[in-house]
Design a protein around this ligand. Structure first.
Ligand code: ADP
Ligand code: MG
Ligand code: ZN
Length: 475
């Protein structure tokens, strides 16, 4: 059979929470420490050791759920997810199954579409098996064992690889701005498993899915989905069938292959965790958490476009990072002029940071100093050209912008006598233009203003120069 095929995708995302210590013990979660340094009887699963739930992990998981608009349940239950693996010392993970922390909610994409969230639950990471350290042997590092994670399971509502990528980027942004995780795919604090199936366009039932693991970047997620979808379609068109199966993406060869072990029919024998009581969250505590939720980037962008008249593109650029958005927000608040603040941040500030590779949090021109500079321009004390010169000086000079402008002779001149003096000189030096202008050729006004600006080295107040010239022409 041939004809149009539709891609169906559902994502499962694991996110490492930004806690200082592990989910059920006090071991540090720091990344890159010597192997097995960050372990204790609990995360090594020594007999008799008991887990204690990390309150900060609960707080961050709840914040993530709220940021996604999910319903946080007042009671959720920890469960043992049993399986044998060398890097899982207990032989089970403490996760949540039938009664997860949260259900519902959605990821909102820039095009206005939404991808539903099925559930969000708390769990712990496993250790790491290292196959390339000792020849013929596998080494185990348990530093990561017990690190708190949330798993976010998405609805099978995604219909293209590009939409999957957009969904992941939007999810990453929400979690980053909510401050719950570093969400770095490189460091493994964001991990994605992608489930995909194909069906003829118009068919309502879902067909068998395969799950792709080992995805290490958003573009690889998109690439792997395209490849796997094409394989499903080719299989169906050749009269074959697709069986539920785990696939692995190989970034080096950009290919998808079947995992060696037959997964998909796992029986984890979930049962309630006897060592941890059900997690009970009080309404008042939940309300406090909701009130503390920071503004999310989509809401900030909407506010900036409507209140400040920013373009969608500019607003999106300003939410590239939490720090840039915060910097812009401070400049906008201090000047009361969001449009001017955006122009400066996206223009001079971005260029300066780019040039030296400086982080915005370490930038010498702090929001307050930039706001003071913008206020000088708005108050008529400084031309926008001169302000750019002052800005460059401010990058290495801690003096106040007004002091720099005064010291360097850059303050705008609005004094009528001084301006008339320059106009007289221009009048004498460009008699032809002056005569034509005086004779009624008003379009020459701009040329004459330009001469005055040049003569004043950019310091003349152009508005006043225009007024004085017009007055002279009609006198
Ligand atoms: P399991 O519990 O076996 O992991 P789930 O029902 O939780 O199965 O589904 C896991 C993921 O697979 C979810 O993200 C879901 O959206 C996705 N999914 C389920 N069915 C399909 C399908 N037919 N095609 C694509 N993705 C699917
Ligand atoms: Mg699953
Ligand atoms: Zn420990």
């Amino acid at each position: 059979m041939s004809g149009a095929w539709e891609m169906v995708v559902g994502l499962e995302v694991h996110v490492q929470l930004k806690t200082r210590t592990k989910a059920y013990c006090a071991c540090p979660t720091s990344f890159g420490d010597p192997p097995n340094r960050n372990t204790c009887p609990v995360c090594l699963a020594l007999p008799g050791a008991l887990p204690v739930l990390n309150a900060h992990a609960v707080e961050l998981a709840v914040r993530a759920a709220m940021a996604l608009g999910a319903t946080v349940h007042p009671v959720s239950v920890f469960a043992r997810k049993n399986y044998f693996y060398p890097d899982l010392p207990k032989g089970y993970q403490i996760s949540q199954a039938d009664c997860p922390l949260a259900t519902g909610g959605a990821v909102e994409l820039p095009d206005g579409s939404c991808v539903g969230v099925t559930r969000l639950h708390l769990e712990e990471d496993a250790g790491k098996s290292i196959h390339d350290r000792f020849a013929g042997m596998t080494a185990i590092d348990l530093n990561r064992a017990g690190v708190p994670l949330i798993e976010i399971v998405g609805e099978p509502e995604i219909r293209s690889a590009a939409q999957a990528g957009a969904c992941l980027r939007a999810l990453r942004e929400v979690l980053l701005f909510a401050g719950v995780s570093d969400v770095s795919m490189e460091e493994g604090s964001l991990r994605v498993d992608a489930n995909v199936s194909a069906r003829p366009a118009g068919e309502t039932a879902f067909r068998s899915r395969t799950e792709i693991k080992n995805l290490n970047s958003f573009s690889n997620v998109e690439r792997a989905l395209e490849l796997e979808f094409a394989r499903h379609v080719a299989t169906y068109e050749g009269g074959g069938t697709i069986h539920q199966q785990t696939m692995l993406f190989d970034a080096a060869t950009q290919t998808v292959r079947a995992a060696r072990s037959k997964e998909g029919s796992h029986d984890y024998r979930y049962f309630p965790e006897p060592d941890l009581p059900p997690l009970v969250l009080e309404t008042s505590w939940l309300e406090t958490q909701r009130a503390a939720l920071p503004e999310l980037p989509a809401a900030a962008r909407a506010r900036w476009t409507s209140a400040f008249g920013l373009s969608a593109v500019d607003a999106a650029t300003l939410t590239a990072t939490v720090e840039l958005a915060a910097y812009f927000e401070q400049v906008a608040a201090a000047t009361g002029d969001g449009k001017a603040a955006a122009n400066w941040v996206l223009g001079e500030v971005a260029a300066a940071l780019n040039e030296t590779g400086t982080a915005i949090t370490a930038f010498a021109v702090t929001p307050d100093r930039l706001a003071a500079l913008i206020a000088l321009v708005k108050g008529g004390g400084l031309s926008s050209t001169a302000a750019k010169t002052v800005f460059q000086t401010m990058r290495t000079d801690a003096a106040a912008p007004a002091a720099i402008a005064e010291r360097d002779g850059l303050l705008q001149v609005g004094d009528d006598d001084a301006l008339r003096g320059w106009i007289d000189e221009v009048w004498a030096e460009h008699p032809a233009e002056a005569a034509r202008y005086a004779g009624g050729e008003t379009k020459l006004q701009g040329v004459l203003v330009g001469f005055v600006m040049k003569k004043s080295k950019g310091r003349a107040d152009p508005k006043k120069v225009n007024q004085l010239l017009a007055a002279r022409a009609t006198s």
